[in-house]
Ligand binder design. Sequence first.
Ligand code: NAP
Length: 256
Amino acid sequence: MLNESIDLSDQTAVVTGASRGIGKAAVKRLAKAGANVVLLARTNSDIAELSEAIGESAFSQACDVSNWDDMEAAFARAEERFGSIDILVNNAGIIEPVARIEDADPESWGRVVDVNLKGVFHGIRAAIPYMKNNNGKIINLSSGASTSALEGWSHYCSTKAAVFSLTRCVHKEYSAEGVRCVGLSPGTVATGMQETIAASGINPVSQLDWSVHITADVVAEAIVWLCTDAAREYDGTDFSLKTDAGRMAIGLVRDV
Ligand code: NAP
């Protein structure tokens, strides 16, 4: 499936939530396409290990995306190290704790807003100054939850809907200055987040058989493809891997 023709050499990609799941797969795929990669997550040991395995073209930095100072500093260090920031994968996200609204702890609900929404805004806010008039590309991890209501996921649905709105706002404000922004709705993916969902037992997604989830590597393939000019028609929208058109675009004609 690997699209060998995608070449991202001389480009630097910042990936949030790079320690596991989709973020980790994205880092490996972007590095394979020739990009410099900047790995951000809270757990420094995990990203440092992956960064060392990739070598000189990788750099890791502990960063809590909900903290603006962390994010601003990480981007400054990345630019200092590689000289440009061309791609941002706004991937860090959480869904815990899954709970119906009357059972939700307000502080925990707000923490999801801090990570899933404010974290994405912080990434965009930090990236735009480096990307303006420089062919920048921002990919926001979205979800079917951005347009659907699911029981127990009020925090997640609300924040993903708001991220979809942010994608459109960035497109509105910065496409004329060469910054591309697109959402990526992957469907269900075999990562730790799906383990959390399955353990919750709430709503039909928690009941899905593990075999229906796609792999994080497939999502990573979509991420590198979205960095190419071929994906321009999706700018300002949510690109979905659940549609035939989306699967065909990245070279998956049938079920993933
Ligand atoms: P995951 O396996 O749980 O990984 C989440 C990543 O986010 C980890 O690297 C984690 O690292 C990082 N993270 C969490 N809080 C953070 C914070 N405050 N600051 C920085 N990093 C933080 O999740 P995933 O399934 O790969 O999901 C990645 C993205 O895809 C999320 O935005 C999710 O909503 C979206 N998505 C997932 C699915 C799915 O089925 N899995 C479907 C649709 C959309 P640390 O804990 O080390 O910080």
